[in-house]
Design a binder for this molecule. Structure first.
Ligand code: GRF
Length: 202
């Protein structure tokens, strides 16, 4: 399966997807890393790894026009799927509709808890015992689509949003490639993920 990844920042999740794809039996490959932020550090990393990149600032454009451009690049690159990886833009409904059941996102909370921003601080403030991360199918409502896979991450005494975020990031890097692989194959993935993916596909 050919996957386009959208990033806005560091791109460590994109890197995790990219390195996992180097395994000979990985069922997906990255065909494009695209960004609304030409300065995103992840772009240089992807380029150095031989992945096509595209970046253009969204500033001064309507959301619909910018999303149409991104869509065009993804399709020109031959992407069958889109993986959002720290893409800090709300997507237009038209864009989402064009990738129905073909677009995943990773979110740093145990959804449905803490959609949106500041997830780690909100989990700490609530006195939760666990934060974590979720991979979900993207639907028009923010961080709201069916959850494919999650990893809970214990909150330890003295955790700040930063220390918790760093630990959750390790979990994200394990979870996202596995969930994406499961999603694109629907059969070669481990059972613990496959159950959810099959249920979705039906
Ligand atoms: C991750 O925490 C992800 O869950 C969220 O944005 C962050 C992106 O980090 N959606 P990175 O750019 O992949 O390092």
């Amino acid at each position: 399966a050919k996957v386009g990844v959208l990033i806005s920042g560091t791109g460590t999740n994109m890197a995790a997807l990219l390195y996992a794809a180097k395994a000979a039996d990985c069922p997906y490959e990255l065909v494009l890393v695209a960004s609304n932020n030409p300065e995103a550090p992840g772009l240089a990393l992807a380029a150095a790894e031989g992945i096509a990149t595209w970046a253009q600032s969204h500033k001064g454009m309507s959301r619909a026009a910018f999303d149409a451009l991104v869509d065009e690049r993804l399709r020109a690159a031959g992407a069958d799927y889109v993986a959002l990886a720290g893409y800090m833009r709300i997507l237009s409904d038209d864009f989402v509709a064009g990738w129905t059941d073909r677009m995943l996102n990773i979110h740093p909370s145990l959804l449905p808890l803490y959609k949106g921003l500041d997830t780690h601080q909100r989990a700490i403030d609530a006195g939760d015992r666990f934060g974590g991360c979720s991979v979900h199918v993207v639907t028009p409502a923010l961080d709201d689509g069916p959850v494919l896979a999650q990893t809970p991450v214990a909150i330890v005494p003295g955790d700040t949003a930063e220390t918790l975020a760093e630990r959750v990031r390790f979990a994200e890097h394990q979870l996202y490639p596995a969930a994406l692989a499961a999603f694109v194959t629907r059969e070669r993935a481990p059972d613990w993920l496959l159950g959810r993916v099959r249920a979705l596909a039906m």
